[in-house]
Design a protein around this ligand. Structure first.
Ligand code: ATP
Length: 348
C-alpha cells in the first residue's frame, strides 16, 4: 500500500521558484507521469518525494504519514535514473543483489529474489556479465531489476529510457508498462517525452516553469487540454493553433473562416487536431497553398501556413500533390478547441 500526498509542496532556492504549490494525491498502485520541458521542475518534484531534496513549503505524506524529515532510506522508495549507476566491478547478479545486502535482508532469501527480479526483465542469461559487457538496454534492465528486487512501496523513475536508441526505447517502454501492471506498485515517472507519458500513465501531470498546468488521464489531456501550452505539448503532431479574430460568431485569420462559434467578439486562439480535419470536397474553412507534404506510411500529412502558424491535416496515404498547390480543409466548429488569446486558457 502506498498513497502519496503532495500538499501545496514548493521548492525555492533563494528567490528562484523551482516548484510552486504542487497539490495532488497519487493513489495506491497508480502510474503517474510528470511531463514537461527541460527545467519545468519534474526532477525536483521527484527528488523531494525521494527525500533527496528538502521541501521549502508544504508537506509530503506517504500512507498518511508526513515524511518531510525522513531520510531517503527510510521512505521505502526505489529510484531508477537515466544514468544506470551500476557498479562496474560487480556482475549483473551482484548488482541486483546489492540493495538486499545494504538493507540487511536475510541472505537466505537473496538468491530467489535476485532470480525472480532478473527473470522479470529477461536478464537470466546475463547474470555473470559485468556492466561493460552489456548493451545500453540490458544495463537499463539491470537498473530496473535492482529497483524491483527491493519490493519497494514506491518506484520513482527519472527518464529511465533517455539513453536508449529509439527502437529499444519502445520495447523497454512496453516492458516497464507490463512490469508496473504485474508488480502493482505506485510509480512516479519523469519524462519530457509526451509519447512515453501517454502510453505509460494512468494520469499525467503537465508542468511548465514549476507550475502544474493540468492533471488528467492521457485521454483527458489529449481531448481537453487546459491551455495552449498543454495543447501544443501533447500529440504528434501537436495541436494546430491559430491566432485570429471573432466577429459575429465567425473566426477569421488569413485563409481561415470558421462560422457558428458561440463566443463574444474579440481575439481568439483556435485549435484542432490534424486527424480531426479532412480535405474538403469543395470550399472548406481553411484554404491555402501546400507548404509541405510528409509521407508517414499509413497517412500523408499536409501542412499549410495560416494565421502565422503551420497547420497540419492528416490525409489518406494515397494523397499526392505539389508544394504550392492550393488545398482546402474542412474544419467544422465541432472539432475546434477555443482558447483565450492572451492567457491561452481553454474556453468552455
Ligand atoms: P530536465 O528535464 O532538464 O531534468 P526538470 O523539469 O527535471 O528538467 P528540474 O531539474 O526539476 O527540471 O529543475 C527545475 C528548475 O530548478 C530548473 O530551472 C533548474 O535550473 C532549477 N534548479 C534545480 N536545482 C537547482 C539548485 N540546486 N539550485 C538552483 N536552481 C536549481
Amino acid at each position: 500500500m502506498a498513497e502519496i500526498q503532495l500538499r501545496n509542496v514548493g521548492k525555492r532556492w533563494g528567490s528562484f521558484v523551482g516548484v510552486h504549490n504542487f497539490d495532488l494525491t497519487i493513489a495506491d498502485r497508480e502510474f503517474l507521469v510528470l511531463l514537461g520541458p527541460s527545467g519545468c521542475g519534474k526532477t525536483t518534484t521527484m527528488r523531494m518525494i525521494a527525500g533527496l531534496e528538502d521541501v521549502t513549503e508544504g508537506d509530503i505524506l506517504i500512507d498518511g504519514k508526513v515524511v518531510n524529515d525522513l531520510e531517503p532510506k527510510d521512505r521505502d522508495v526505489a529510484m531508477v535514473f537515466q544514468s544506470y549507476a551500476l557498479y562496474p566491478n560487480m556482475n549483473v547478479y551482484e548488482n541486483i543483489r546489492f540493495p538486499l545486502k545494504v538493507r540487511g535482508i536475510d541472505p537466505a532469501t537473496h538468491d530467489e529474489k535476485v532470480r525472480r527480479a532478473s527473470a522479470m526483465v529477461e536478464l537470466d542469461d546475463f547474470l555473470h556479465r559485468k556492466p561493460a559487457e552489456l548493451s545500453g538496454g540490458q544495463r537499463q534492465r539491470v537498473a530496473l531489476a535492482r529497483a524491483i528486487v527491493r519490493e519497494p512501496n514506491v518506484f520513482l523513475m527519472d527518464e529511465p529510457l533517455s539513453n536508449l536508441d529509439a527502437k529499444l526505447r519502445v520495447s523497454t517502454r512496453a516492458q516497464i508498462k507490463n512490469l508496473s501492471h504485474e508488480l502493482a506498485v505506485t510509480t512516479i515517472y519523469v519524462t519530457h517525452d509526451q509519447i512515453e507519458a501517454m502510453t505509460l500513465a494512468d494520469r499525467v501531470v503537465v508542468m511548465k516553469k514549476g507550475i502544474v498546468q493540468q492533471v488528467g488521464s492521457p485521454t483527458e489531456i489529449y481531448d481537453r487540454p487546459a491551455n495552449t501550452f498543454v495543447a501544443s505539448f501533447i500529440g504528434s503532431p501537436a495541436m494546430n493553433l491559430m491566432d485570429g479574430q471573432v466577429e459575429g460568431g465567425v473566426f477569421r485569420a488569413k485563409g481561415v473562416e470558421i462560422p457558428g462559434l458561440d463566443i463574444a467578439d474579440g481575439p481568439l486562439t483556435l485549435g484542432f487536431r490534424a486527424e480531426d480535419a479532412t480535405l474538403a470536397e469543395g470550399q472548406g474553412q481553411i484554404t491555402a497553398p501546400i507548404y509541405t507534404l510528409e509521407l508517414l506510411g499509413d497517412a500523408t500529412m499536409i501542412s499549410v501556413r495560416v494565421g502565422g502558424a503551420l497547420v497540419s491535416v492528416k490525409a489518406d496515404k494515397a494523397f499526392r500533390a505539389e508544394i504550392g498547390e492550393m488545398v482546402s480543409f474542412s474544419v467544422p466548429k465541432e472539432i475546434c478547441h477555443l482558447f483565450e488569446a492572451e492567457s491561452g486558457a481553454r474556453i468552455g
